[in-house]
Design a protein around this ligand. Structure first.
Ligand SMILES: [Fe+2]
Length: 179
């Protein structure tokens, strides 16, 4: 079992002593896990709405919904990715016991952010075309694009829910100075 998994499962008694005493996490904030969990729920809700659009293709499209989604995807993704990269990941990387192993995982998550952000631009444009009644790709292609996007995003969020939320809770719980 990796040290990250041990930390998540809370079965690694030595971790509490691996944190330097009095260590201050510069970005520490006890509300972080709650904010993060809310953001993940928002992303999963977004995925559900995109799946609904895909299911409604080609004849039952709600154009207004497509326009709303086309405007929401970019800013929502951008805000949440920025929050993770500037407030969550740095807190985790301050944890010396896990730094090496986490670094690789976090670099991969950041790479996924970039891929999702690029993909989101295409989905945004496609939804805008659907919303305006001027689709620029076929319904099959639009459905394929939507499913590729939300399935990838769901996998990313599932991974972060399983790994990042428990870790950030653990780090903050074991470091009383991070208020
Ligand atoms: Fe993420």
């Amino acid at each position: 079992m990796s040290s990250i998994r041990k930390a998540c499962s809370m079965r690694h008694p030595s971790l509490s002593t691996e944190l330097p005493k009095g260590m201050i996490f510069p970005y520490g904030d006890r509300a972080l896990p709650g904010r993060l969990a809310e953001d993940y729920q928002a992303l999963l809700a977004l995925c559900d709405r995109l799946e609904q659009v895909a299911d409604d293709l080609p004849g039952r499209i709600d154009r207004q919904d497509c326009l709303i989604l086309s405007r929401a995807i970019g800013p929502m993704l951008n805000r949440i990715q920025h929050f993770e990269e500037t407030e969550i990941f740095p807190v985790l990387l301050e944890w010396p016991a896990l730094h090496g192993e986490l670094l690789e995982t976090i670099e991969r998550l950041k790479l996924e952010h970039q891929v999702d952000a690029c993909y989101a631009e295409d989905v945004q444009d496609m939804l805008h075309g659907l919303g305006e009644g001027r689709p620029h790709i076929s319904s099959d292609a639009a459905g394929f694009m939507l499913r590729g996007f939300f399935e990838s995003l769901r996998r990313h969020v599932a991974h972060e829910l399983q790994l990042i939320v428990p870790l950030i809770e653990l780090v903050l719980r074991r470091n009383p100075s991070a208020a």
